[in-house]
Write a protein that binds this ligand. Sequence first.
Ligand code: ADP
Ligand code: MG
Length: 235
Amino acid sequence: MLLEAREITKAFGSFKAVDAASVTLEPGDILGLIGPNGAGKSTFFNCLTGDLQTTSGQVLFEGHDITRATPEARARLGLARTFQVPQTFEGMTVLENVMIGAFLRSSHRAEAESKARAVLARVGMERLADAPARALGTPGRKRLEIARALATEPKVLLLDEAMAGLTLREVQLAIDLVRDIHRSGVTLVIVEHIMEVIMSLASRVMVFHQGREIARGNPREVTSNPAVIAAYLGS
Ligand code: ADP
Ligand code: MG
C-alpha cells in the first residue's frame, strides 16, 4: 500500500471539517474524491500532506507513520500536491517557480534548472519559462502548480481542482496531461467538480459530504447513488 489514511478527523473548534475519513491507495490508482463545496475534500488533502495537523487518526506512506511529519518530509518520501488556489510566487519567473519543486531533490542550481526545464517541456510550458509568473492566467497557473509538483518527483500526486476554471478545450488538455503523468508511474488522487473528468480518469471514487465518506465505488455506481445525488442537491 502506498498511502493510507486511518480515521482522519480534523476539527476547527467544535466543527469537524473531516470526520473519521479513511482511504487506501495502491500503486497505479487514480482515485477520484468528490463531494459538494465544503464537504472537506481540501481539508482532507491538507491532512494527508501535513499542511494541517490532524486532530486524530493516522497517515501512513509506504508503511511509515507520517502523521506528524512536515510537508517537506512527506514530499521527500514522494507525496506531492497542487493547491485549489494556485500558490504562485508572483515575483518569480515560471521557471523559478518550478525550480522550487526541483530543489527538493537537488541542491545544485544548474541541475535544478535543467530538471525544471524538462518538466516545463513535459507540461507544454517551455516557451513560458522566462515569463513572470504573474503574467499567467488561470490555466497557466493550474499547469504551473502541476509542474512544480512533478519537479519533486512524486510517487503520489494529489490534485485539488486542477481543472476548475478551464475551458472545455483546456480541460481536455489537462486530462491528457494527467493520463501522461499516470502512465509515467505516478499514483493520483483527484478532487474535481467536473463529473466527466472523474468519469474519464478515475478507477475508483469516494464521496464526501459534511466531512464524512458517504459512498465509494466505481464512477458509474457512485454517480447513480441516491445518497450522492441527494448530497449534491443539498438535502
Ligand atoms: P471542500 O474542499 O470539500 O470544498 P474544505 O475542506 O475546503 O471543503 O472545507 C470544509 C469545511 O471546513 C468548510 O465548512 C470550511 O468552511 C471549513 N474550513 C476549512 N478550513 C477551515 C479553517 N482553517 N478554519 C475553519 N474552518 C475551515
Ligand atoms: Mg476544496
